[in-house]
Ligand binder design. Structure first.
Ligand SMILES: Cc1ncc(C[n+]2csc(CCOP(=O)(O)OP(=O)(O)O)c2C)c(N)n1
Ligand SMILES: [Mg+2]
Length: 400
C-alpha cells in the first residue's frame, strides 16, 4: 500500500480543463490536467510496452528501486500463485480457480494506491489487491480449500477471500452487485464525517452492462461519494467480447454521463495504473468526489478453470497479449535497464515466492475441514434450540 497519498498533477472535481502547474509538466500530469472527454477517450501510459518510460517526470512519486521492486514482487506473487493454484485445480485438489494472469499490473497498481484505512470491494480478479495489502497467502489459500482456517468457514466458493483486518470485503459472485456496496461504504464514511479515506469498488467490462453499475455511478455522482470505481477492462466477459458488450467508444465514457470524472489508463502499465488510482483515491479522500477508472488490459487466460476460450475467440490475439504486452515483462525490462534487478536476483525472487506458495498450499491442504458446529454458528448470538437439536441429530448420524 501507498505510504504517502501524493499525486502528480492537479486533482480536478467536475471541471473541464485543468492547467498543470509548470513544475509538474509531464505526459502523466498533462493527461490528468486534460478535459473530461479527453481523459475518458485517451489513454494514460507511463511505461511503454518495451519497458521504457514515456518521460522520466511521469514516474509516480516515490517509485525508487525499493518501491519498484515491491510492486514487481506483488505482481510476481500473483503470477506464481495463480499458476500453482490452477495446477491444483487440474489435479482435482481444489474445486475451482480463476486466474488474474496478464492483469497483475491493474491489480497491484491499484492496490498500491490505497491506504490501510481505505475499503476494498473487489470483483472477480482482485484477490491480489488483498494480498498486496497484506492478506496472508495462507489465509487466501485456506479460503480456497474451505478448511478450518478459512475465515468464511467454507461457506464461499473458492476465490472469494475476505480479510476483515485489511478492510477487504468478500467478493460478491453476482456481477456488479458489489458496486452499490462500495458506494454505500463510501457514503457511510461521508455521513459519519469519517474523512481522509475512500472506498474502491472493482468490476470487469462485463460488469458495466449490469444495472447495479449504473445505480452505483449515478448515486456516487449525485452525492459526491468518496469512492473510486475501477474497471478492469480485460475485453472479455466469459465468451462476450468487448465489441458486443457496449456501443460506447470507451468504457470510461460511461462515467461522464453520470457527471463522474473518468480516467482511462493502460492496465498493463503498473505506473499508469498507480498514477490514475492515486489521483482518484487522493481526490476522494479530500472530499472532492468520485472517479471512474477504466484500466485497459486483456484476459490472457480462460475465464476460470471451467472455461475453454479456444471455443469462442481467436487465440492468436491472446498470444500477442501474452508475448508482447505482458505487464510483468514490461516492468522487469524497466527494472533491468535501471540496474535495479539482475537476472539472478529475479530468479532468486521467483524461487522464494514459489517456495512460499508451495509451503502455504501444503499447510492448508493438510488442515482439516471447519468444525461441524460452525454450520449453525455466526447467524445468532447463541445457537437457537431448533438448530441445536438438528446439530445433535447430525452428530448422531455421524456417530452411527
Ligand atoms: C448477475 C450475474 N450474471 C451473470 C453471472 C455469470 N458470470 C460470472 S463472471 C461473468 C463475466 C464477468 O465479466 P467481466 O465483468 O468482464 O469480468 P471478468 O470475468 O472479465 O474479470 C458472468 C457473466 C454472474 N455471476 N452474475
Ligand atoms: Mg472482462
Amino acid at each position: 500500500m501507498e505510504r504517502e497519498p501524493t499525486v502528480r498533477g492537479k486533482a480536478s472535481g467536475k471541471g473541464q480543463a485543468h492547467a498543470a502547474a509548470p513544475e509538474l509538466r509531464s505526459a502523466a500530469a498533462d493527461y490528468l490536467a486534460g478535459d473530461d472527454e479527453a481523459k475518458a477517450r485517451g489513454l494514460l501510459q507511463i511505461l511503454r510496452p518495451d519497458g521504457t518510460l514515456v518521460d522520466e517526470a511521469s514516474l509516480p512519486d516515490g517509485v525508487d528501486r525499493t518501491e519498484a521492486l515491491r510492486l514487481y514482487r506483488g505482481m510476481l506473487t500473483i503470477r506464481i500463485m495463480d499458476e500453482r493454484l490452477l495446477a491444483l485445480q487440474r489435479q482435482g485438489r481444489i474445486g475451482f480457480y480463476g486466474e488474474a494472469r496478464g492483469q497483475e499490473a491493474a491489480v497491484v497498481g491499484s492496490s498500491a494506491a490505497t491506504l490501510p484505512d481505505d475499503w476494498i470491494v473487489p470483483a472477480l480478479r482482485e484477490a491480489g489487491v488483498g494480498i498486496f495489502r497484506g492478506m496472508p497467502l495462507r489465509q487466501y489459500i485456506a479460503q480456497i480449500f474451505g478448511n478450518a482456517n478459512d475465515p468464511s468457514r467454507g461457506r464461499q466458493m473458492p476465490c472469494h477471500p475476505c480479510d476483515r483486518e485489511r478492510n477487504y470485503v468478500v467478493m460478491s459472485s453476482c456481477v456488479s452487485s458489489q458496486l452499490p456496496h462500495a458506494v454505500g461504504i463510501a457514503m457511510a464514511m461521508k455521513i459519519a464525517g469519517d474523512t481522509g479515506r475512500c472506498a474502491v469498488g472493482y468490476m470487469g467490462d462485463g460488469g458495466t452492462s449490469e444495472p447495479d453499475f449504473h445505480v452505483a455511478l449515478n448515486f456516487a455522482g449525485v452525492y459526491r461519494s468518496p469512492v473510486v470505481l475501477f474497471c478492469q477492462n480485460n475485453q472479455w466477459a466469459i465468451s462476450t467480447p468487448g465489441s458486443s458488450q457496449t456501443a460506447a467508444e470507451t468504457i470510461a465514457l460511461k462515467g461522464i454521463g453520470y457527471g463522474v470524472e473518468s480516467l482511462r489508463c493502460d492496465g498493463n502499465d503498473i505506473f499508469a495504473v498507480l498514477a490514475a488510482t492515486r489521483y482518484a483515491c487522493a481526490k476522494a479522500r479530500r472530499g472532492d468526489g468520485p472517479t471512474f477508472i477504466e484500466a485497459l488490459t486483456y484476459r490472457v487466460s480462460a475465464h476460470s478453470s471451467s472455461d475453454d476460450p479456444s471455443r469462442y475467440r481467436d487465440e492468436s490475439v491472446t498470444k500477442t497479449w501474452r508475448e508482447e504486452r505482458d505487464p510483468l515483462t514490461r516492468l522487469r525490462t524497466f527494472l533491468a535497464a535501471r540496474g535495479w534487478l539482475t537476472a539472478a536476483e529475479d530468479a532468486a525472487l521467483a524461487d522464494m515466492i514459489e517456495r512460499e506458495v508451495r509451503e502455504a498450499i501444503a499447510a492448508e491442504e493438510s488442515a482439516g475441514p471447519p468444525a461441524l458446529a460452525t454450520l449453525v454458528e455466526d447467524v445468532f448470538e447463541t445457537v437457537p434450540r431448533h438448530l441445536g437439536e438438528q446439530m445433535e441429530e447430525l452428530r448422531g448420524h455421524q456417530a452411527g
